[in-house]
Design a protein around this ligand. Sequence first.
Ligand code: ADP
Length: 136
Amino acid sequence: MFRNIVVPIDLSHPEWAQGALAHVEGFGDDKVTITILHVMEPVPSYVASQLPEDLLTANRARALKQVEQFASDAGSNVQAKVLIGHPASSILEFAEKQNTDLIIIGSHRPGLKDYFLGSTASRVVRHAKCSVLVSR
Ligand code: ADP
């Protein structure tokens, strides 16, 4: 039985998160901790230095709000997390730190039918120390 599940979602395609989140319903027991995780790519320092600090903070707050909405829609045992970093390595690091036993990840962005797995999904599948469910 899985106890600690992470569902990484890409907020640039929020409508496609639903597929991965639909699997969460199968793990609906109260003892399961589920975290919906979005990773924001860091803004390069030469760009960040040209932007008001407020804009970056507002962007992060907006992302957190979106993930929180997904989490509250998904159930009371679902929490929201936003990290800044490289998506695949941040997902893998977070999963290890949290003793995650299952990652539920989308296979790739829709439309890219030739790709078996997208770049983030394939890195996660290859390097995760826990089980990975690839949602199609
Ligand atoms: P593609 O290379 O086709 O864009 P990806 O491998 O990036 O495909 O995306 C597949 C899945 O990886 C997404 O459905 C999502 O589960 C996860 N993912 C991708 N980018 C992020 C991100 N920035 N934060 C969290 N999860 C992500």
